[in-house]
Design a binder for this molecule. Structure first.
Ligand SMILES: [Zn+2]
Ligand SMILES: [Zn+2]
Length: 248
């Protein structure tokens, strides 16, 4: 298996090298504040809103004490744990918006470096990284899945297999803005299917850009587990906390 690792490390340095070369030709702007110079500047890095510890060891929401929160104890989510790098607020919010609408691949790579640090610290036993997919229609409109722009370089940086097609949507879902937790859950239930050949007996890291209630990740995890995945961990770049806070 050693050659696989060194092969991916070579791919990774070529990838990094390509971006450093392009930066000399076209100086980048920061995805968080649009200041020229870096794709992700040190000011923005310093302003990343880390979720306050302690968080629930399952759903990752901040709470008063360590352990599993009441909601997760009442109904355990299908994923092992969900963690997010940042609170869904600026500068990360801007950066995710930019990834979604401007296809800033270099920014995806810069953020993936930050996430790689974060994921290493979690010490999760992951075999493969799978992004939450877009529906066919949305993929056609946008032309790319913005989650993949972070998930792919993240997998490269961690030396973990990347499987962008392991999960797919069987039906389109609408925007979930304004839906309650229960409505969201019903809305995305059975929205996904997974390819057993890719995930069978593997521990999967399913990744999305933003989580609110975690219902999309729950539905993804259900699909992965019913296709034979051994366990599923969930990661998002950001966590929207408004819903949680309005109930706190
Ligand atoms: Zn910045
Ligand atoms: Zn919880």
């Amino acid at each position: 298996m050693t050659w696989v690792k060194s092969d991916s490390r070579l791919a990774y340095s070529l990838y990094r090298g390509l971006w450093s070369g392009l930066d000399l030709l076209f100086p980048p702007v920061c995805g968080g504040c649009e200041k020229p110079g870096a794709r992700w500047c040190s000011d923005c890095q310093g302003r990343v809103g880390i979720l306050n510890e302690p968080v629930c060891d399952v759903c990752g929401l901040p709470q008063k004490q360590a352990g599993t929160c009441n909601a997760c104890r009442a109904e355990r989510p299908p994923f092992h744990s969900l963690r997010s790098w940042s609170v869904f607020e600026n500068p990360v919010r801007n950066a995710l918006h930019r990834l979604k609408y401007r296809r800033d691949i270099g920014l995806g790579e810069a953020l993936a470096m930050q996430l790689a640090e974060f994921v290493r610290g979690l010490n999760w036993p992951i075999d493969v990284i799978v992004p939450v997919p877009l529906g066919k229609q949305r993929l056609q409109e946008r032309g790319y899945n913005q989650v993949g722009m972070i998930a792919r370089p993240l997998a490269l940086a961690l030396g973990i297999e990347y499987a962008p097609k392991a999960l797919y949507r069987q039906r389109e879902t609408r925007s979930q803005v304004g839906l309650t937790k229960i409505e969201r859950h019903d809305h995305v239930r059975n929205a996904f299917q997974a390819l057993g050949v890719v995930v069978d007996r593997k521990t999967v890291l399913v990744m999305d850009d933003v989580a609110t209630t975690g219902s999309t990740l729950s539905s993804s995890a259900e699909a992965l587990l019913s296709s034979g995945a051994k366990d599923v961990y969930a990661l998002t770049v950001a966590r929207a906390l408004a819903h949680h806070m309005s109930h706190a």
